[in-house]
Design a protein. Structure first.
Length: 201
């Protein structure tokens, strides 16, 4: 049976994932799911992030959201549609070191992600927006989300975790082709072509 493609866009905070998806959606025939802007997040999540508390609660919130979006994306893929995701369930791995100081909590989340990977297929493509620490620091400041004040150090840790995990073959998405893109010098149309997306008429 002919299917569409699920394409996950990964990268550190403020690396440009949502911007890339919006640009691609404008030009190509794709559906899209975004993690959400500041106004889309519940108050308790923004409070958790700003006060650096309840890390496990925050990670579980985003895990549930990403799994729900992924299930919806699978339905669209089966309907022969291409789907863009601003992150997916694997992304919680990149937040563990910065958000969970308790070793047992980290192990619980790692097991949850691994179990999820046993039941949900990997994306058909992964685009990794690679950015250096300076770029992440500048962009996190410039987007001026209130709940991210004081979040710059964590953002850099999360960005470094992307490098560690995506720099090697992972047991979580062995079959997914990985396209690495430098956030300072990439072309939207070139990425669209590499992903095999169909232009809007």
């Amino acid at each position: 049976m002919k299917k569409g493609k699920i394409i996950a866009i990964l990268g550190g905070p403020a690396s440009g994932k949502s911007t890339l998806i919006r640009r691609l959606k404008t030009r190509y025939k794709v559906s899209a799911f975004l993690e959400g802007e500041e106004s889309d997040l519940p108050l308790f999540i923004k409070r958790n992030i700003s006060k650096k508390i309840n890390g496990l609660q925050t990670i579980l919130f985003f895990h549930n959201q990403s799994v729900g979006q992924y299930l919806d994306a699978l339905k669209l893929r089966n309907a022969e549609k291409d789907v863009l995701l601003d992150t997916f369930w694997i992304s919680n791995l990149f937040f563990l070191d910065s958000m969970l100081s308790d070793k047992n909590e980290r192990q619980i989340v790692e097991k949850l992600i691994f179990q999820t990977s046993r039941y949900l297929p990997a994306p058909d493509r992964i685009v990794y927006l690679k950015a250096d620490s300076k770029t992440i620091r500048q962009r996190t400041r410039s987007r001026a989300r209130k709940f991210e004040r004081g979040f710059i150090e964590e953002a850099q840790k999360i960005n470094s975790a992307h490098d560690r995990h995506l720099g090697k073959k992972s047991r979580y998405f062995k079959s997914a082709p990985l396209i690495k893109v430098n956030v300072k010098s990439f072309d939207f149309s070139e990425i669209g072509q590499k992903l095999g997306l169909k232009l809007k008429k």
